[in-house]
Each structure stands twice: as structure tokens, then as C-alpha cells.
Design a protein around this ligand. Structure first.
Ligand code: NCD
Length: 307
């Protein structure tokens, strides 16, 4: 049984196939309107979400399938103390595939051990968010035309931002990719990523606090929100929350073809005045999220049928 728990659960070849399918869907979504007829997707969301849950549901509905699920731990039996292992055994009887978001790192991995349907990690704590990464890759490939030869700036909460952790893991597989990590010292990328991913593979990267200085060097700027819900005390959050605000003036330092991505939700880190800049592609990125999830659900269901 194939599950998607980490961005590395797909080989580069599988990833390319998936991106190709997503591009076919972008070109002709109607062709796929019956691709999952009679199939059910369960969305098990123990943490808040707008885009991820609804884009999963839209993806399944676009392919003629149906959806069921819950959108908060309070409205599930987790509130009564049920374990993830028991919940997933039961959901396996009701649905053909599931997407799970959980505040605890590793919860979707545990679910996958007990599931008899494919489990997709829709975000586990501050750890990984592989389908956001697939969304980001499709956005970059389509709008930039390549996934290699890029200087990528990650800006904001690089410590708790799971979308950053997953995208970093995925991008180091492409040739000639460099990173500039822009964050306050307290929100630097975790040690394990620095040592086990960047240093271990000799990937070139710089760390800085200064967004203005980094901007002219970037092909992509990946902005992130300071992850309020993962802070241990509110004082630190308040002190750090507005560390970076991308505005029109700062955009003048950037290349003419630099793209600004953001997994959303945005709080203050991108001023709304940037939204009309053609380089700001975060709303397009949200749209790509539906197409890539269509491709992923279709692939996992097809593979499961041949199991
Ligand atoms: C992200 C997440 O949940 O990690 N949102 C998303 O899925 N698009 C980013 C965030 O919450 O800041």
C-alpha cells in the first residue's frame, strides 16, 4: 500500500509523472470528471485548515468522487480519547483513501501503519506537509519553467514552518539549487535539516536576517507566516510576528522575473499592495493545489486497486 507521509515518498520519476498528470488536468480538467467515480475520500483534520482540506475535497469532487470527514479534533472521537490507530482502522471501512492533518509530528505515519487504505499526510505538526510541496513544485514548474538552477529564498518562520521543511527536502533533489534562509535567529531552520539535508549533501546555502539584501539574488521568494500555534509563549510570538513584511518598496529590489510564493494563510508578512504585482503568484499557487491533489488521489487509488 502506497502512502504519502513525506515529500520523499515519491521517487523523482513518480514525481515527474505526477506533475505531468497535473499539467494534463490543468489543460483539460473535464477529461477527468469521472476519474474517481464511486470512490470516497475521508478528510481527517485534527487541526484548522481552509485550503488544504477544501482543495482535497474539491479535487475529489472534480473527479466524480465523494467526500466525508471532520474538520476539528473536537468534532471527532479524539475528544473522547480515541487513538489515531483505532480511528484509521474504522475509517478504512468507510472510505477508499484519506488525508490526515494532525498537530502531532508523526501521527499520519502511525495511521499508515494501521490503515488498509492510502493515507496522505496533510500536515503533521511542525514537521512535513508533502501535498503543499507538490503544489509548490507544480507552481514553480509551470510558472518558472524549471525546477533546477534556482536560488530560493525562504523567509519567516523557518523553525516551525512545515511547508519550508518539506519543500527544502524536495528541492535538494534538483541540480544547481541554492538557498538563502532569511529569518530571525530564533526561527532558523532546525538543526536536523541543516546537518542531515543541507550539509550532508553539500547544498550551498546562506543564512541572513536581512530580506532587502537577499532579494536581488533570488529567483523565488517563499514567504511564510510566523506559526503562532507552535510557540510556547505568547511574548515570543508577539516579538517575532512582524519580523518581515514584504511591501511594494522591497519588491523593487527583486529581479523582474522573481516569483513570490506563500502557502497561505497570510497574516502580515505580505502587504496587500503586493497582490497586484505580476510576480505575486500565491493565489495561483492555491489553484494549482487542487490540480496536483487530483493527480495524487487518482494515482494512489489506481495503485491501490492493483494491490
Ligand atoms: C500551511 C500549513 O498548514 O502548514 N498552510 C497550508 O496548508 N496551505 C502554512 C501555514 O499554516 O502557515
Amino acid at each position: 500500500m502506497k502512502h504519502i507521509i513525506s515529500p520523499l515518498d515519491l521517487s523523482l520519476e513518480e514525481l515527474n509523472d505526477l506533475l505531468e498528470t497535473a499539467e494534463e488536468i490543468v489543460a483539460n480538467p473535464k477529461r477527468f470528471s469521472d476519474a474517481c467515480k464511486g470512490k470516497k475520500l475521508a478528510t481527517l483534520f485534527y487541526e484548522p485548515s481552509t485550503r488544504t482540506r477544501l482543495s482535497f475535497e474539491a479535487a475529489m469532487l472534480n473527479m466524480g468522487g465523494s467526500v466525508l470527514g471532520f474538520s476539528s479534533a473536537d468534532s471527532s472521537s479524539a475528544a473522547k480519547g480515541e487513538s489515531v490507530a483505532d480511528t484509521i482502522r474504522v475509517i478504512s471501512c468507510y472510505a477508499d483513501i484519506c488525508a490526515m492533518r494532525h498537530p502531532k509530528e508523526g501521527a499520519p505515519y502511525v495511521a499508515a501503519q494501521y490503515a488498509s487504505i492510502p493515507v496522505i499526510n496533510a500536515g503533521d505538526g511542525g514537521h512535513n506537509h508533502p501535498t503543499q510541496t507538490l503544489t509548490d513544485l507544480l507552481t514553480i514548474k509551470n510558472l518558472k519553467g524549471r525546477l533546477d538552477n534556482l536560488t530560493i529564498g525562504f523567509c519567516g518562520d523557518l523553525k516551525f514552518g512545515r511547508t519550508v521543511h518539506s519543500l527544502l527536502n524536495a528541492m535538494v533533489r534538483y541540480p544547481n539549487v541554492r538557498f538563502i534562509m532569511i529569518s530571525p535567529y530564533e526561527l532558523r531552520i532546525p538543526e536536523y535539516l541543516r546537518e542531515e539535508v543541507l550539509d550532508a549533501q553539500n547544498i550551498p546555502y546562506e543564512e541572513t536576517r536581512n530580506l532587502e539584501e537577499a532579494l536581488p539574488k533570488l529567483d523565488l521568494l517563499y514567504m511564510t507566516r510566523v506559526q503562532k500555534e507552535r510557540f510556547f509563549n505568547e511574548e515570543d510570538y508577539i516579538r517575532l510576528k512582524d519580523s518581515y513584511i514584504l511591501d511594494k518598496k522591497k519588491m523593487t529590489y527583486a529581479k523582474k522575473d522573481m516569483l513570490v510564493l506563500h502557502p497561505l494563510p497570510r497574516v502580515n508578512e505580505i502587504s496587500v499592495e503586493v497582490d497586484n504585482d505580476p510576480r505575486a503568484v500565491y493565489f495561483k499557487q492555491a489553484q494549482y493545489g487542487v490540480y496536483i491533489r487530483m493527480a495524487l488521489i487518482k494515482k494512489l487509488l489506481e495503485e491501490n486497486e492493483t494491490c
